[in-house]
Design a protein around this ligand. Structure first.
Ligand SMILES: Nc1ncnc2c1ncn2[C@@H]1O[C@H](COP(=O)(O)OP(=O)(O)O)[C@@H](O)[C@H]1O
Ligand SMILES: O=P(O)(O)OC[C@H]1O[C@](O)(COP(=O)(O)O)[C@@H](O)[C@@H]1O
Length: 324
């Protein structure tokens, strides 16, 4: 489609919500308005596309909501969109409402969905990386990661207060389905004694080495990523085997990490990514995710936005150093 024919863009949020999604919605609506483009927001991710459930978005309304966590469009994981039948229905919705392009805010699953959709629908698709896990290739930071880490450290700091008071071992589980980014960032910045993440093979060895000599003279904080193969309970039993006298508690931070007002960094990321998404559609790009690498805009084809199962070298070195 010729880009000067783009008059109406559809947007939706999909997969797990993340703080900063509303800032991105505002930014898309604002930059579209300046360019004279209409914006429709589909509710509940792909479900709204299938059911034709949408509303016209106005930047004036959205600017009051930038500070809110979650997503005002709601989000979902859609089984129906995994089937061709569902995607055909979504295509009918777009055709019937004369939507010329789509912007999706979500993770790699959402972008896989758009790739499948592009087989039957030839309008441009652009993605914005929205997940607290920060595990996507093509961007240094995904929307929501910074806020989630801030929430994690705020809570772990509180746990430290009680842990220090009782000289307890605390195992705190943080989110990250397959990724240790929240774990390593929060673990390092709270001064954890041990950090266990799926990307490291040596972390448990270091932990057991340390706990062997621990004499309950202080708190001992362990941060474990939910995606770590060993898991909080097994870590607890290994610690007990090594040092049976420790007084140990487990806290799982869970979904609290997904909520709350977005940090300044996530709001700014949402603003920058929203503008970039509209501009890249107008330049004729499709099936690509906008991201920032080394603070420079970077477009990554959806088929290259795979989950990252490695952490950066520098982080690895920090992990190694602080584990000893
Ligand atoms: N291969 C696929 N084909 C069609 N739709 C898909 C595909 N993979 C994912 N999706 C759609 O994308 C949605 C979001 O993906 P999910 O993996 O749950 O979250 P995220 O986008 O955060 O990775 C799924 O619920 C599904 O509707
Ligand atoms: O809300 P749900 O469906 O329980 O999903 C929990 C998962 O979603 C996340 O919070 C974010 O992952 P996605 O953004 O990929 O959905 C993970 O850290 C966590 O494992």
């Amino acid at each position: 489609m010729s880009t000067n024919k783009i008059k109406h863009i559809g947007i939706f949020t999909s997969g797990g919500d993340s703080p900063g999604m509303n800032a991105a919605l505002y930014s898309i609506a604002k930059s579209a308005k300046v360019k004279g483009i209409k914006i429709s927001g589909f509710r509940k991710g792909y479900e709204g596309l299938i059911d034709g459930d949408f509303l016209t978005l106005k930047s004036h309304d959205l600017q009051k909501l930038v500070h809110l966590g979650g997503t005002i469009l709601k989000t979902a994981r859609s089984k129906r969109f995994m089937e061709l039948e569902g995607r055909k229905k979504a295509f009918q919705t777009l055709k019937a409402n004369k939507i010329d392009a789509l912007i999706a805010i979500g993770g790699d699953g959402t972008f896989k969905g758009l790739l499948a959709f592009s087989e039957i629908c030839d309008i441009p698709f652009i993605g914005i990386p929205g997940t607290i896990d920060n595990d996507l290739a093509g961007t240094d930071y995904t929307l929501g990661f910074d806020s989630a880490v801030n929430t994690a450290i705020e809570n772990i700091d509180k746990i430290r207060d009680t842990a220090e008071s009782h000289n307890r071992v605390f195992i705190v589980e943080v989110m990250g389905r397959d990724s240790g980014y929240i774990g390593i960032h929060s673990g390092l910045t709270v001064g954890a004694d041990a950090i266990l993440i799926p990307e490291s093979g040596k972390d448990l060895i270091y932990l057991l080495e340390k706990i062997k000599n621990y004499e309950s003279e202080d708190a001992f904080l362990v941060v474990v990523s939910e995606g770590d193969e060993i898991g909080a309970e097994l870590v607890a039993s290994k610690i007990k085997e090594m040092n049976p006298n420790v007084d140990l508690r487990i806290t799982k931070l869970g979904h609290v990490q997904r909520g709350g007002n977005p940090s300044a960094l996530d709001r700014m990321l949402g603003i920058r990514m929203g503008v970039a998404a509209v501009e890249e559609i107008l330049k004729g790009n499709t099936n690509k995710m906008v991201g920032f690498l080394n603070n420079q805009l970077k477009l990554t084809p959806f088929n290259k936005v795979v989950k990252q199962h490695q952490i950066k070298d520098e982080l690895n070195r920090l992990l190694e150093l602080f584990s000893k």
